[in-house]
Design a binder for this molecule. Structure first.
Ligand code: MG
Length: 161
């Protein structure tokens, strides 16, 4: 018999690029750069999707939403998160809580954390206080520190429903 609770981990990184909108946690930032990717490249939401899928023992979002499929070109990653939660529910699981860390040198993320939490909570079917979200920089080190990429880590607990 499997435990009624499961934990999962997710990680994602996308390179910064001029001429694309910057979307993190479903929130659009006023920024001279965005993130490169097939979808809206929302690294935070992708890390959360992978944490949820991992908790359920399922393959990663690349498996469910391949970047070779034109259906997912520029897609809003909140739709992907909603589909991940639906896939979990079909298997008898629901998110219990999510905790995530965004790593970016620019822009300043702290003023928008509450907004991101609200959007993510809605997509995941959770209360806002079941979403933890922190932002940090890489202190100028490596590609993230030089502003060449933005990354996110996430853990998620899921429960039997
Ligand atoms: Mg991604």
């Amino acid at each position: 018999m499997s435990a009624p609770l499961r934990i999962g981990h997710g990680y994602d990184i996308h390179r910064t690029v001029a001429g694309r909108p910057l979307v993190l946690g479903g929130v659009k930032f006023d920024s001279p750069f965005g993130l490169d990717g097939h979808s809206d490249a929302d690294a935070l939401t992708h890390a959360i999707c992978d944490a949820l899928l991992g908790a359920a023992g399922l393959p990663d979002i690349g498996h469910f939403f391949p970047n070779t499929d034109p259906a997912y070109k520029n897609i809003d990653s909140q739709l992907l998160l909603q589909r991940v939660v639906a896939a979990l529910r079909e298997r008898g699981w629901a998110p219990a809580n999510i905790d995530a860390t965004l790593i970016a040198e620019q822009p300043k993320l702290a003023p928008r954390l509450a907004e991101m939490k609200t959007v993510l909570a809605r997509s995941a079917g959770l209360a806002v206080d079941a979403i933890g979200l922190k932002a940090t920089t890489n202190e100028g080190s490596d590609d993230i520190g030089r502003g060449l990429a933005i990354a996110a880590h996430a853990v998620a607990l899921i429960q039997k429903v």
